[in-house]
Design a binder for this molecule. Structure first.
Ligand SMILES: *Cc1c(COP(=O)(O)O)cnc(C)c1O
Length: 352
């Protein structure tokens, strides 16, 4: 009854969204702030008559808005149902084991290996450096690989690979193999690689509305790259689902991407709270990896991450730990409002 394809899958497990009680949720890197108030205004005035029709399968207006933001053109932008779907179409379109293995960091977004299994792409992981940096040099020399993908800032570490290192990797990597930079957290302080897409037709930069834009519930993501890459992604999408982003998502995305002043303020607040939490944890004897994201990756001598997770959960605070050798003593904590950070610090100081 079930295909062999299906039986061989081990799905990605997203952070828990428990419904049993009210938690302070610092486990899935959602924003603690509401999305742009312009969206509320739009929804209150939306005429449901519009929903009679199918949405624009080319996402024209939304792609124009995104393109305008980055000084590129519509043909260099692709839209998907969350960046997860953009990534899935990218894996399908660009990576083929006949050309070698896909390579990515040993510790990075754990969906990458799941997509490899889904699409039958062989992969190899490259260890991080001792300071949990992505080892860009180790990737640069791998002309035998069918492609590269990494998150920058990386997840779950939060560590940012400097722009020069990304640029250098692209200079050295074969120009006919795609390099995907997953910039889900780039707005929280890193420098984007998007300025390199003109120079490197094999570079795809993937983004999401879920984190800095406070729209995880909407499911909207995008990719930026050379026209040929974007065309390929449309071929994949149009062979699977013409309308992965519905009419409301497209409209809301347009409004959000245009309200830069609002989001600038929120991002600044998250960055301030991140620095505040990092310093406070450091002073309490925790090791805090330097983060450029909306979360920190931290550990305290001798305490397993799972223990930290369980203890805090009992206190009504959710954080994330990873049952993977090499990072079992860490927990990943999403940055909340200042009050939420203070509540977390109170519990941590009492418990550990
Ligand atoms: C959150 C996240 C995504 C997924 O984002 P969605 O747009 O919500 O699907 C992709 N990559 C990384 C590294 C993430 O942290």
């Amino acid at each position: 009854m079930f295909s062999k394809r299906l039986n061989n899958l081990t799905p990605y497990v997203p952070g828990e969204q428990p419904q049993d009680r009210k938690y302070l949720k610092l486990n899935t890197n959602e924003s603690p702030f509401p999305p742009s108030p312009e969206i509320k205004h739009f929804l209150e005035n939306f005429d449901i008559e519009h929903l009679r029709l199918y949405p624009d399968p080319k996402f024209s207006t939304l792609r124009d808005e995104i393109a305008a933001c980055y000084g590129i053109n519509r043909e260099q932008v692709f839209i998907g149902n969350g960046s997860d779907e953009v990534l899935a179409f990218s894996f399908f379109s660009f990576f083929d084991s006949a050309d070698g293995k896909l390579i990515f960091p040993e510790f990075t977004y754990s969906f990458y290996s799941v997509y490899c299994d889904f699409f039958g792409i062989e992969y190899e992981t490259v260890p991080l450096t001792r300071s949990f940096q992505i080892d860009a040099d180790a990737f640069a020399g791998r002309g035998d690989a069918c492609g590269v993908i990494f998150a920058n800032p990386n997840a779950p570490t939060g560590v940012f690979l400097p722009f020069e290192a990304v640029s250098n990797l692209l200079d050295k990597f074969p120009a006919d193999r795609v390099v995907i930079v997953d910039e889900a957290y780039i707005d929280f302080g890193g420098e984007s690689a998007v300025s390199l897409i003109e120079q490197h037709p094999n570079l795809l930069v993937v983004r999401t509305f879920s984190k800095s834009m406070c729209l995880a519930g909407l499911r909207l993501g995008y990719a930026m790259g050379n026209e040929a890459l974007i065309k390929a992604l449309f071929t994949a999408k149009d062979s699977f689902n013409s309308y992965p982003a519905d009419m409301l998502s497209q409209k809301i995305g347009e409004i959000a991407i245009s309200d830069r002043t609002y989001y600038r303020r929120l991002v600044d607040e998250i960055v301030r709270n991140r620095e505040y939490l990092s310093q406070a944890l450091d002073e309490s004897g925790w090791e805090v990896l330097p983060s450029m994201a909306n979360f920190v990756f931290v550990r305290k001598n001798g305490i397993p991450g799972e223990t930290v997770y369980r203890t805090l959960k009992e206190k009504g605070i959710l954080v994330r730990y990873f049952n993977r050798r090499g990072i079992t003593d860490f927990v990943r904590i999403t940055i909340g409002t200042r009050d939420q950070v203070d509540a977390l610090l109170d519990e941590i100081r009492q418990c550990f």
